[in-house]
Design a protein around this ligand. Structure first.
Ligand SMILES: NC(=O)c1ccc[n+]([C@@H]2O[C@H](COP(=O)([O-])OP(=O)(O)OC[C@H]3O[C@@H](n4cnc5c(N)ncnc54)[C@H](O)[C@@H]3O)[C@@H](O)[C@H]2O)c1
Ligand SMILES: CC(C)[C@H](C(=O)O)[C@@H](O)C(=O)O
Ligand SMILES: [Mg+2]
Length: 350
């Protein structure tokens, strides 16, 4: 049986890293008896330019029927001057797929400890999973946008909190058994509902999982103070967005960080956590590793192909340990050379 993967390269470095995801998927597939079919569609700024819409109907249809969707990145200064926003296309995609559970693993690769802005002894042992709620909160509440006044409503229901918390508790059981829930319960009503719901769920269904709560401002500090203290970090949409960029740099570079956005009704959406990086687009400087590791997450979560996922992850780790890399991780290679090195390694280790 062939699996259909929709590629949404998007804008800026999006096409460069989407090519990396496709390359590793094509390299690994024959070793694991997988047959993959790829389709590419427009989203974001390029879709505004071509169709006047950041999330065209044809893209929505293709994504809905695909086994999984891979997205490069959207956005850029070209579309910042008013009119439709590229980012609206990504938010509509996440909502349409019901991709509520955004998993952002932050792993320190052996041999890359020196890249962290933190001292090596402080960063050693860092291995955390950020579980970010992705289809609720302030991103999706009612908006008022006027010249003299604007507002964004932040709203969460108990059900929305419970379903993302279940993902975090289940993940913790497969890891070190600890969840840190991050909120702003000293100020926000949504955070107080969040905390109450998370505590009740843990007590009822996950009493074996250790749970603590940290306010988001303190969390921004603690991540830097002691990143290795954390196992699973559970948080709402906007806090997760911010903390995951911070955490990615602790492990060396935002270019290394992958993500999976899981749905109850679809195979999910897979994307590196970085953006379209207009400052380096088209120069061969984009680190493709986050995209490749997102492709591995796609294999594991959407296609139940854990062996193929681990095959990509081993090839990536071997190449990084061997000093292959783009400038953001201290290397000298062009994006395409990193892609070629990882694909060669996949072939050798087949
Ligand atoms: N998922 C997405 O599509 C997504 C995510 C974040 C930002 N964005 C959009 O991207 C645009 C640019 O946003 P930004 O500059 O704040 O964030 P960004 O993540 O694009 O870039 C931040 C910094 O990280 C660097 N960087 C990012 N990815 C890299 C990679 N793979 N390799 C090497 N360096 C990398 C960039 O060069 C830049 O210096 C905005 O329009 C924003 O809305 C999109
Ligand atoms: C582009 C933007 C809508 C997006 C987000 O905030 O979710 C991005 O920052 C991310 O982290 O995927
Ligand atoms: Mg972000």
């Amino acid at each position: 049986m062939s699996h259909t993967i929709v590629l949404l390269p998007g804008d800026g470095i999006g096409p460069e890293v989407a090519a990396a995801a496709r390359a590793v998927l094509e390299a690994v597939a024959p070793h694991h008896g997988l047959s993959l079919t790829f389709e590419s569609h427009d989203i974001g700024g390029c879709a505004i330019d071509a169709h006047g819409d950041p999330f065209p109907e044809a893209t929505a249809k293709a994504c809905a029927t695909a086994d999984a969707v891979f997205l490069g990145a959207v956005g850029g200064p070209k579309w910042d001057g008013g009119g439709p926003r590229p980012e609206a296309g990504l938010l509509a995609l996440r909502k349409t797929l019901g991709a509520f559970a955004n998993l952002r693993p932050i792993t320190l690769f052996p041999g890359l400890e020196h890249l962290s802005p933190l001292k090596e002894e402080r960063v050693a042992g860092t291995d955390m999973l950020i579980v970010r709620e992705l289809t609720g909160g302030i991103y999706f509440g009612d908006k008022v946008e006027g010249d003299d006044h604007a507002s964004d409503l932040c709203s969460y229901s108990r059900d929305e909190v419970e379903r993302i918390a279940r993902i975090a508790f289940a993940a913790a059981r497969e890891r070190k058994g600890r969840v840190t829930s991050v909120d702003k319960a000293n100020v926000l009503a949504t955070s107080r509902l969040w905390r109450k719901t998370v505590v009740a769920l843990r007590d009822a269904d996950y009493p074996d999982v250790e749970l603590d709560h940290v306010l988001v401002d303190a969390m921004a500090m603690k991540l830097i103070e002691q990143p290795s203290a954390f196992d699973v970090i559970l948080t709402e949409n906007m806090f997760g967005d911010i903390l995951s960029d911070e955490a990615s740099v602790i492990a060396g570079s935002i270019g290394l960080a992958p993500s999976a956005s899981l749905s109850q009704t679809h195979g999910g959406l897979y994307e590196p956590i970085h953006g379209s990086a207009p400052d380096i687009a088209g120069q061969g400087k984009a680190n493709p590793i986050g995209a490749m590791l997102s492709a591995a997450m796609l294999l594991r979560h959407a296609l139940d192909a854990g062996g193929a996922a681990a095959h990509i992850e081993r090839a990536v780790a071997d190449c990084l340990a061997g000093g292959v890399g783009t400038a953001d991780i201290g290397g000298t290679e062009h994006t395409d050379a990193v892609i070629a090195a990882v694909c060669d390694r996949i072939g050798e280790a087949g």
